[in-house]
Write a protein of this length. Sequence first.
Lengths: 118, 114
Amino acid sequence: EAQVTQNPRYLITVTGKKLTVTCSQNMNHEYMSWYRQDPGLGLRQIYYSMNVEVTDKGDVPEGYKVSRKEKRNFPLILESPSPNQTSLYFCASSLSKYWRGTVAYEQYFGPGTRLTVT
Amino acid sequence: DQQVKQNSPSLSVQEGRISILNCDYTNSMFDYFLWYKKYPAEGPTFLISISSIKDKNEDGRFTVFLNKSAKHLSLHIVPSQPGDSAVYFCAARGISGSARQLTFGSGTQLTVLP
């Protein structure tokens, strides 16, 4: 089954304790991305990766790190989490295909990771 | 400054009627628009998209309309079903920058009443 998986799904941690949220896709997608969802703000992009060893900042990269050493994996690292990073996080990977005559850049999303930093 | 805006946080519609979800954007460089649906405890799923060279795209009960001059797009669901109850996000892709970088709106919670 084609899917994007994230672990853990739920995490409660304390300020300053380093954590990693893993993301893996089995669709051989080149593009992967991390978003955070906050009330009233929708989905905001944190980092994205066009391919292995190619990453770039999104709209809200402060306080986060990523790496892309393998095509299927794109972990999100919080070196020193703070309470303002409490959020719902989504990983996504991109399929590029023709859909009714146009290129459809649809993204497949993981199930989300709810992070609480106290 | 939000470049993609969904001004209605919520919408309630009777089953069988039309649901119209709206989205406005400010960046004239956006060339591709998508709608995603999100159920609780799940990630968003792709619903329908439209290129800026078109003004309408239809897929079953779902139709997306694009008015470039007004920088406005809308999603029509006809007829609405209780299973359509979800949060709907519109998203836009810019010509510059990453080909797959999307800017999302804040979402509209649609409730279809049986």
